[in-house]
Design a protein around this ligand. Structure first.
Ligand code: ZN
Length: 256
């Protein structure tokens, strides 16, 4: 909750500057500069999940291995391909599913679970304006995703990945009420912008390091194309790929 500290400091400096510079001709410039800096910091904190500005996310692992995470599925075409590669290589990953897609393809969510992978919450709607949802609307959306997953696999996830990696003060409250852990990432594959598998492979292998949580998307064809090579590269480098729960040493489901 760096946001609360920054807000406190900003208000204090704003008030003090108002007093100190009141008699000068440039008080409005000083106050505007402080206000702009505060807004810039808030925008940065909301867009950059690793800054832990509004809430503390888990962005890297505790063990010297890496974990694969897939967002935005399940997808009827690409998720089965990704599952097949993972099965062949005997690798366990985490799928942050979108609730409405999970409800549309419950068989895929069941398959993810049956094949030993972890299912996480990535909101029900994945609405592009979810960052502007009221606290109640946000809570309903995240709870709805958990209900869909529980109805399919019989377990309630505690791992949550914020859509677009955007956080704000409302998330902090909602996540603690729903007992969800915010899971960020340390390595972005940039697969949402990649035109082919080589761009993804290049983005990952040039920056890969121990403890990384790798962000991928199981609804994209280039990602499904790249996965085999990505796993091979890690294995050849001697980097172990472990389930997210092992990497961050937290249980993935609620035991109540
Ligand atoms: Zn997403």
């Amino acid at each position: 909750m760096k946001h609360n500290i920054v807000t406190f400091i900003a208000i204090t400096i704003f008030a003090l500057s108002g007093i100190v510079f009141w008699e000068t001709g440039f008080v409005e410039y000083v106050l505007s500069a402080i206000a702009l800096l505060y807004l810039a910091l808030t925008a940065y904190g909301s867009a950059k999940i690793q800054s832990n500005y509004f809430l503390t996310s888990i962005n890297y692992g505790k063990r010297k291995s890496v974990a694969l995470t897939f967002d935005d599925g399940p997808d009827p075409e690409t998720t089965p391909r990704i599952l097949a590669t993972l099965r062949e290589k005997n690798i366990k990953a985490t799928f942050f599913v979108i609730g409405k897609k999970a409800a549309a393809y419950p068989g895929l969510v069941q398959q993810i679970q049956d094949e030993g992978h972890i299912v996480g919450n990535h909101s029900f709607t994945h609405h592009y304006l979810i960052g502007f949802f009221s606290t109640q609307k946000l809570k309903n959306d995240l709870a709805h995703c958990n209900e869909v997953i529980r109805d399919i696999i019989g377990k309630t996830p505690v791992f949550f990945r914020p859509p677009f990696g955007v956080t704000n003060p409302r998330y902090a409250g909602v996540l603690s009420q729903l007992q969800l852990n915010s899971i960020g990432w340390s390595l972005r594959s940039m697969d949402t912008r990649a035109k082919n598998k080589y761009q993804i492979i290049n983005n990952v292998i040039t920056r890969l390091k121990a403890r990384d949580i790798i962000l991928l998307h199981d609804n994209l064809r280039p990602t499904a194309d790249a996965l085999d090579d990505l796993i091979e590269h890690c294995l050849q480098k001697g980097i172990k790929i472990v389930p997210l729960s092992d990497l961050i040493q937290k249980e993935p489901y609620d035991h109540n």
